[in-house]
Every structure is written in structure tokens, then in C-alpha cells.
Design a protein around this ligand. Structure first.
Ligand SMILES: [Zn+2]
Length: 430
């Protein structure tokens, strides 16, 4: 997923701003029975008490121009601007953003309140109906709903989510949950996923963003990998994803030192090296990605080398414990110093092509007891096993969740050529 797509999502969200022109219900004067109408509130004001104007900021329009149009005198505008300037930057009003003016309902129609909405959730209220001028920043109430989705991988996880109309941000969250379990560079066509997650809504219908993923199942090469978010914060300080056998999905090591990219060369005892023109062992795993892509430490540790050699280029080596160290070669730039303590996932450098290399990649070397081994074949220890004492509770907890997951159907895939065109996903609300 590209930043552009996120931006598209964000801008779609902004375009669908809720402009509730509340219809005023009027009481019939002749009616013998008094009809009680419910007052319409927005931004904390009873809209029935005002003349309401909704508009958007136009080009070359300032706060002063808008208030002037709504019959506020210049001395008053100056007083408001003076009062507001410490809490709200009036220069930040952006062309195209909506605002609301609440004016007196009498013949003067003089503005009393100005409300600016930079996005669908946040708004700033400038209230100048009394001599004391107040400015408040507020948020509209949102609602969280639990949604389920499933999909079949046709290309990358991100492209699949996009082509299937699902929020690509879901891919980021899924790849975080499965970062230790599934190698997203090697997902198979027809791998499948199901996910139960929170979606935040504004005004019942406008999706704002993805919340927490509750449960997921990723079927990789025919094997299902379950993930259940389990929180036992108060007693054990646990808030993690565990599988259907209570194993922590987090491992002491990440599967890859970069978030997105592909494996361009695996660990091999006899690899043909183009630039040398002969076979020699390749004791690392190469992850290719564009120059500048952040490289992460795959586990907690201490930097024991941050330097340059002709073969390695810029490289970093990290000692994780008495058994394991990892090393990262060919960086464009190193981001850590000798002796620095680093955390799993921390950026330690950036993809480059320094040293002996023919293309931008990081050569990831995994050291076990002083020997280089194949990182992809190592059985890596779990981060924090679940204590036996809470396992019975955990298994009870996941029983209905697993059932819910198992009952989600995968979308039917048609002929291969139809895959891209068909909406091969299902999305439901519970
Ligand atoms: Zn390599």
C-alpha cells in the first residue's frame, strides 16, 4: 500500500463530511394540541435558537471577511481576533473546509458563533455572543462497530485488500500481528484471511478509521494461523495476540528486518555470485527494497558494530543475548552507534548499496553461537509464553471467537481471469 492510497482514503473521508442541514420542525399555531418537537443539537448548540448558515471557506476569504458578511462590526471583529489568537490560529482556515455560522434569529442576523471543521471529527467553536469570547476545540462523538471481513490473496496482501474494496490499513495491522509468523514476502496465491475488527464511524455511516483487530485467521499454504487478542492486563500485564493453542504470536525475533519488500536471495552454501563470477556460500538472506527503506533490528539487543568495510559497506551488528546476534549489510546510512541499546522493530539504518552489491538490499545475517545460520530455518523462541495458570480461562475465552471466525465464509473465487474483476470479498457488520 502506498502513502498515496492512504491519502486518497483520508481525502475521501474528508469529502464525505457530514453537513447536516437540520430541517426545522415548526409548530402549527392553529393546532389545538401542542406538538412537542425535539430540539436539534449540533456542536453543543440548540440550532432552533439560531439562524444557521453552513458554508465552506473560499479562496482569499478570511475570518474577518466572513464575519463582516454576517453583520459583525469591525471593532467587534478586532476584539474577537485579539481574543482568539492565543488559542486558535485563524490563518489555518483552509480553502474548501466547512464552517457553520450561528446568527441571531432577529432581523439583524448578526453572527454569534463561528464553528470551523478541519476534518470530519474535530471542530473549533468560537463563541462571541457574550462579551466574554470563548474558543473551544472539540471532537464529534464516534461509534465503534465490530466488522468482519475475509479475502483470498490474488496478488500481494495490500493489492488484494485494495482490489477487494477493503481498507488497506487493515493490511498494515494484519502484517503487524503476523510479523513473526508469516513471511509476507512469500505469501501464496489463494492464501486466505478472515478478520474481526473495530471500525470507527461518525454519524452512523461515515467510516473514520480501523480500530483494534480482535481476532484473525490467516490460512497460509493450507495451514490456518489463528490470532486472538487477549487482554489480562490487570493481573498479568498481558495484551497480546495468541494462537489457538495459547502460543504467543510475538517472537523474540522478527521474520524480516524490513516491513515491505521481497527476498531476493536466500541463505545458501553454494550461490553463484555474479560480481565475482564463481560459486561461493551466501551466509545471509537478502531482502530487496528501494534505497532509503528503513531497516529494523529484528530483536532487542546492543549494537556491537556500527562501521564500514569494503565488502559489507555500511553495516550494523547487534548482540541479542549469549546465543544470538544479527548483522545488517550494505546500508546507505547507519542510524545507531556502537554500544547503543536497541529495541525490536527500531530503525537502525536505511537500505542502500554500499560495499559489494549489485542492487539495493539488506543482507541479513543471523549468528547463533558465533556461527552464521539460515535465519528463515531457525526455530525462534516466543516472546513471552502465557502462564499455565490462565490457560483455562484463555481457552474458554477463545471458544466463541473461534466459532465466529470459522463461520465466516471466504469469498467465492471465479475463474482465474475473473479474479481481479470480481469483488472477491465479503464484509459484514455484526
Ligand atoms: Zn546477502
Amino acid at each position: 500500500m502506498s502513502l498515496k492510497n492512504i491519502l486518497v482514503l483520508v481525502s475521501v473521508g474528508i469529502l464525505t463530511i457530514a453537513c447536516h442541514f437540520s430541517e426545522k420542525q415548526t409548530e402549527s399555531e392553529n393546532s389545538p394540541q401542542k406538538i412537542i418537537t425535539k430540539p436539534i443539537y449540533e456542536f453543543g448548540y440548540n440550532l432552533d435558537k439560531y439562524h444557521v448558515v453552513k458554508d465552506t471557506i473560499r479562496k482569499n476569504e478570511t475570518f474577518g471577511i466572513i464575519l463582516d458578511r454576517h453583520h459583525v462590526t469591525y471593532p467587534k471583529i478586532n476584539t474577537i481576533v485579539e481574543n482568539v489568537k492565543d488559542s486558535f490560529d485563524l490563518k489555518k482556515l483552509r480553502v474548501g473546509k466547512p464552517y457553520t455560522i450561528l446568527s441571531k434569529k432577529d432581523s439583524t442576523q448578526q453572527a454569534q458563533v463561528f464553528i470551523y471543521q478541519p476534518n470530519p471529527i474535530d471542530y473549533t467553536v468560537i463563541d462571541f455572543k457574550d462579551s466574554i469570547i470563548s474558543t473551544h476545540k472539540k471532537r464529534k462523538p464516534t461509534e465503534i462497530r465490530i466488522k468482519t471481513a475475509s479475502g483470498v490473496i490474488t496478488s500481494s496482501l495490500f493489492e488484494t485488500l485494495e482490489s477487494q474494496g477493503l481498507n488497506p490499513l487493515l493490511a498494515l495491522d494484519l502484517s503487524d500481528i503476523y510479523a513473526w509468523t508469516i513471511d509476507f514476502y512469500r505469501i501464496y496465491k489463494n492464501d486466505k484471511f478472515k478478520v474481526v475488527y473495530e471500525q470507527e464511524f461518525l454519524n452512523d455511516s461515515i467510516p473514520i478509521g480501523i480500530g483494534k483487530i480482535h481476532t484473525a485467521c490467516f490460512e497460509h499454504n493450507g495451514t490456518p494461523f489463528y490470532a486472538f487478542n487477549y487482554v489480562a492486563d490487570s493481573i498479568m500485564g498481558i495484551d497480546d495476540y495468541f494462537d489457538d493453542e495459547s502460543r504467543n504470536l510475538r517472537k523474540a525475533f522478527l521474520k524480516s528486518p524490513i516491513k515491505f519488500g521481497r527476498i531476493s536471495s536466500r541463505y545458501s552454501m553454494s550461490r553463484y555470485v555474479r560480481i565475482y563470477g564463481y560459486h561461493r556460500p551466501h551466509l545471509g538472506t537478502d531482502f530487496a527494497a528501494p534505497i532509503g527503506t528503513p531497516i529494523m533490528s529484528t530483536a532487542n539487543g546492543t549494537v556491537i558494530k556500527s562501521s564500514y568495510t569494503r565488502g559489507n559497506g555500511n553495516y550494523v551488528k547487534i548482540k541479542h543475548n549469549g546465543t544470538y546476534s544479527t548483522q545488517y549489510l550494505h546500508m546507505k546510512k547507519r542510524a545507531v552507534k556502537l554500544g547503543e541499546v536497541v529495541k525490536q522493530g527500531q530503525v537502525i539504518g536505511y537500505i542502500g548499496m554500499t560495499g559489494s552489491t549489485t542492487g539495493p538490499h539488506v543482507c541479513y545475517r543471523f549468528w547463533k553461537n558465533g556461527k552464521q545460520v539460515d535465519a528463515l530455518k531457525e526455530k525462534l523462541p516466543a516472546a513471552k509464553p502465557m502462564p499455565d495458570s490462565i490457560k483455562p480461562h484463555y481457552f474458554e475465552f477463545i471458544k466463541p471467537l473461534k466459532k465466529q471466525l470459522d463461520n465466516i465464509n471466504y469469498p467465492k473465487l471465479l475463474q482465474e481471469k475473473d479474479i481481479i474483476d470480481s469483488l472477491s470479498y465479503t464484509i459484514t457488520e455484526n
